[in-house]
Design a binder for this molecule. Sequence first.
Ligand code: SF4
Length: 726
Amino acid sequence: MPTPAGEPPGCEHHGRMDEDWDGVDFDEVDVIGASAGSGTQARDAGDEAVDGLDKITAQMVGGEHRPEQQEMCRAVAEALATGTHLVVQAGTGTGKSLAYLVPAVLSGKKVVVATATKALQDQLRDKDLPLVESGLGLPVPLDYAVLKGRSNYICRQRVAEVGSGGIQAELGEQGAGRADEPDWEAPEARDPSVASAARPAEPSAVSPPEGVVEQVRELVAWSQTSRTGDRADLTFEPADRAWNMLSVGPRECPGAFNCPSGGSCFAEAARDRAAVADIVVVNTHLYGAHLASGGVVLPEHEVVVFDEAHELEEVMTSSLGVELTPGRFRTLVTAARPLVETRDSDLLDSLAAAGDLLGTLLSDRAGQRVLRDGAENADDEDLSDLLARTADVSRRVIDALRRGGAQRSFTAGDADDPDKASRKTRTLQAAAHLAEDLHRLVGRTDGEVAWVDGTRRNARLRLSPIDVGPALSGMLWGGITSVLTSATIPPRVVERVGLDDFPTEELNVGSPFDYRAHSLLYVARHLPDRRAEGAEDAVFEELGLLIEAAGGRTLALFTSRRATEAAAEALAPELPYALLLQGDQPKGRLLEEFASDETSCLFATLGFWQGVDIPGRALSLVTIDRLPFPRPDDPLLQARRDRAGARAFSLVDLPRAATLLAQGAGRLIRTTEDKGVVAVLDPRLATASYRGVLLERLPPMRRSVDRSEVESFLRRALEGSDAPPQ
Ligand code: SF4
């Protein structure tokens, strides 16, 4: 019988649940690192920070002093005072943002807060930072700013060019615009189902003007009156094509000094504001871009706080790598065509053909590792040859652009036509970035893995560091004090991000919620091994019984779309509750409906394991169909497993499963009033030898393997509801 995905050989030797099912106790000592800096200065900073926090709490309606929050606040203050790195797990309800913002503000240091989601960025700017400012009674106003990636701001220079060239002409010339530029935004911003769901919920949102031309006109008009030029401040969501026409990405923008509109540039103005602010809030992707650029994107700072730090390793893996798409070639060729001399147009034809061939070579290899040294593979040889040839062509295109008058700065270009000179400068910039990325791909090292991301139609070649630790050690941890925090800090994060060579303290402050009283972790130990015949039907039957016990009110999480749909198909005819299925509507709408129809059930897969925040009875049961081990054929993880050798399971697969499982389980209890059950329909959580690592990351819920206990727990928890479970 084969070993299931993500599980090491030998893991079928499950231990007895009864022996140590309760073996990991969350009431044990939580501080897992060295003691905090003990100097007087650190103690004073800690006292001052906790006093400040208490002051703010006392002014909040319903505010209460939370020991966990105070402990974290003190630890952050001491870390900042001593220059020690701090990794702190703060469970749901701790109020971790105030716990780091108060000491950050009181430290008087320049602090960058990097978040993984836009929701948290908005919360910091609109709620937490104003609260700290008013609550601390500072002698001078707190100066804070949100800084986003360049493509989030409308580009004055593009507006000027569109104004002089005409929208139709520009649309013809720009084609798909800069759709392949990185935008350094949160993953949810790239998820159309999330973006489209979020926009209509905005109170100021109005219907977008129809058609790209009308939208571009509207955007041009808006740019004349907007104070920020920030896409988030628009009252409609423009089509990507319209927005891309009037914005530029970091690979294209030559910077204010080299741009005719640099003096009035929105992105530059945002950078200027960030340069003088005490606290700068950014996206973790932008922080990664800052590191990848050699430190020129963000202002100098002394401290960085990575909130949602469970995302840090993956975001840095993406930011510190290279991404190549056929679209980049097409966009560059379209932009360069009118700017080079006729004799150089063959070069552009070659570049366009290279882009097309790249698309062909990648399309059949989506999800695969490529360009492996020593692997005999004709496709790899073709790809390798293509990259080497194209690196050469891209350098010659740069020479051609220079012959056509492109200069690094528009001021050195065509004095009579600064817009045209600027266009040449930006195209030169884009060509230089392409050549640089090709050069990196050709000269890839043993520490990097090349792989194909995306789908057959949208394949992209990526080069990623296998281990971000060495890069972050060299670029970051030596010069800047950091705080990494999350409700679910992944196991071994200190080693994984390269902090182990630096003074680092680890702390778990727990959560103020009474998990033992309010929640139950149920593992369906009696279910058959998933590889056995009929196992899936048994899971669906168990799921149906649990949903009945909860009277609906269920977020059913699955590890694959196939399983999600199969479960919905099997249970929809049986259940007397509305069944919402991921993909039927945008995420935001599904969540709204799930929250408002109390007995509805939501069946979803990985996009819903985090970021779902539904307090109250509508979410009384979270089910997890199986332990969320990563796919065995994930190319990046394959490379990490190869590197880890015999310890691959414990170093690569188990930490990821533990973090994701904790994220999924964390959807249940969102407030002090919430009660409910997390049901894991995978017996391995009760029997496998590695179960302790997984259980250790879960909230300290009571545990059971007896479904009748689940039924009585839910009955008590839901007493008084309209539809009490029988
Ligand atoms: S510097 Fe110029 S090209 Fe760059 S974003 Fe600003 S206005 Fe646009």
